[in-house]
Design a protein around this ligand. Sequence first.
Ligand SMILES: Nc1ncnc2c1ncn2[C@@H]1O[C@H](COP(=O)(O)OP(=O)(O)OP(=O)(O)O)[C@@H](O)[C@H]1O
Length: 762
Amino acid sequence: MATSTGLKRKLKSRLTSSRKKPKTKHLTSDELPWKTVATPKEAGIASDLDGILGLEEVDDVEVVYEETEGGKVIRFKVVEETVPEEEDVQVEEEEKVAGPSTDLLLEDNQIREHTPIDFKSLLPDWHPFELHSQLYHALRNQGFTSPTPIQSKAIPVAFKGKDVIGVAQTGSGKTLAYGLPILHHLLSNANPTQLKQQKRPLKALVLAPTRELALQVSSHLNACLNSFSENTVVDVNREDADGNPVLSQSQSKKRKEKGKNKEIVPVQSKPKGPPLVSVAAIVGGMSSQKQRRILDRGVDVLVATPGRLWDIIQEDDDLAIQIRALRFLVLDEADRMIETGHFAELDNILRLTLRLATEEEIEPQLSGDNELSNPTRDDQSLPNPLQTFIFSATLSKDLQRNLKKRSRPKYKSKNTKPASTLDDLVMKLDFRDPEPEVIDLSPEGGVVSTLKESKIDCLSNDKDAYLYYFLLRYPGRSLVFLSSIDGIRRLMPLMDLLEINAFPLHSQLEQRQRLKNLDRFKSTANSVLLATDIAARGLDIPAVDHVVHYQIPRSTDVYVHRNGRTARAMRDGFSLLMCAPDERRLVRALMGSLGRREDEIPEMSVELYLLDKLKARIQVARQIDSAQHKIKKENHEKNWLREAADAMEIEIDSDLGLSSEEESKGLPTKQKRKQTQAKTAALKAELKSLLAQPLVARGVSTKYITSGSRSIVDDFIAGDYHETMLGMKKTQAGQDVALPKKKRPKVVKEEYEEWNGISAEC
Ligand SMILES: Nc1ncnc2c1ncn2[C@@H]1O[C@H](COP(=O)(O)OP(=O)(O)OP(=O)(O)O)[C@@H](O)[C@H]1O
């Protein structure tokens, strides 16, 4: 142990070093520190884009794909690593021996105090849980001063070793409701000496339905570890040249540059010891080699989507064996996993977690010949009891009731059929707890109290104009849900032409692009995300102001989860349903199954005069889009024709003005093409002029601002005038909805005395 003075001096040096952020430098591919190495041809290494994609495998080189005006550009970000100073290493060694220190208070990412922290007075609401000190630090750093209701209820139950089925409204902190008990258990039971000697076995598996949600859960859990104890926590999704985990950015230490004038030589800082607890994500669409390496190294908590995980399990017997001995299993948004087509994979993974009675053998439904070894175990052979947590904002009451009644799984033998519905699947889960605890905090009617709902009734064809109106009228971060990818593809060019900052998100985009679009949406205050329901569940995007249901969601659960992207963590939020005449029936059914009436959702008020002006813009934008589409299609056909002619060694007109031949094939002549191009240019000029015209509400005089039937001078003085719609007040969307109709009092059937005919007395 160091003396207190010695420790102080070293801490000071850490103070300076911890402020240093790793620098990043943009380089071209030629500037990277290449080294020529021979690779076997058969391996097909780096055949992709001349090795550029392979670069993702290189530590500290981040490949960034950017759309620019000149086309797609690939950039390389090189993160300069730091070499820890001897003093830092010494402090870390000391801390390692002493265990996680409680004498550093990290606030605003800086070490402020050097006294033991009294969490009892700093976090009184958390104190009764007696969490590991590292978690207290993390909660404090993140400003989570008190537990949310689901955390208050679920954490003590989980600490008792019980299985938990948690149902709570969207954005209510369910991730930490299961995450904190898991991390507490792992931190409290970690044995640093043992970790150094052997590969850590997998202890917790969190299954999530979408890649984005899995990555988010993983970073949420990592944030609870990385806030403190710099030497004990690493981001295992990053690794050094030897495949060792690299300390996360907050842990970067001072570096020694190798030569001032030289090119950057990335220097790897070796971790000073294995992390106490590590969390990693395994999802589709990202480098599977890297993910396999992470697994080979060993990880404590794995957050995964079922598809990619099952792919890996099929080739990795060791992982399958580890899953059989899990300590924690979590199904996050289990109901959605059933919908995403991952059902068979999920079913197979869950089969691995079942207890096996000595006489029974259960085999997962493996495809191919790569059968897993399946050791028969009885209940007693389990080293640790498995604890199962199922969390969602929507789990049917029937399912919750059934879960309470059951205990042992229904899987009996390897011939058992896979489950076919969520109820079926969850009922087959092998809860070790004879009475799993159901905690249901879901709000009545499925709506979070801080959410304001509204509705616009309009024709299908007018939805674009209403959406455009809404986006201009209420700037902010708007998440627009569409039910099809085609719908997004149609709307995106319109948004571009109308100069709306919109990004698409759907399953047919590359994973890299999905994450990038999500990031752009997160970091742009006034932006729109046009998304399918892959964005409906679990995504925790800070400050989404509005959710727009461009099409009516296909189920109540989807409605609840889509709405849940706004009004999170007790913040205000707004949702708008766009309802075409043929969708009214669906809205009625939707509200009915939430135990509500259709007219409980108030109408959004719309300035029709301005809407008409916007319709004119939309019309021109649509014409441009269709003309551009036509040109694109023609170019495509032209290219096809040229290639076909080349292949057949036929000579065609140099400019493809194939005149008669062309016309006979239905292709436009050169003249016609020119006409289309000229028409498009004229339309673009028209749209440009329409976009430049100010949007002035009816009755507003821009010449004499104090006159007109709608004087705008007071708004100017008060500073609450709308910047793009003159004459409108700058209001929040929630202020422009009519009050919801009051619930009609329930008709209480009066009990009448049985009618026995006119009495003799009358
Ligand atoms: N105790 C807390 N105090 C304040 N904020 C918290 C607390 N716990 C979690 N949060 C924050 O609340 C937000 C929502 O948390 P989380 O994503 O876990 O919600 P959720 O219930 O899983 O939502 P969904 O059902 O939509 O998946 C996150 O930004 C999280 O960081």
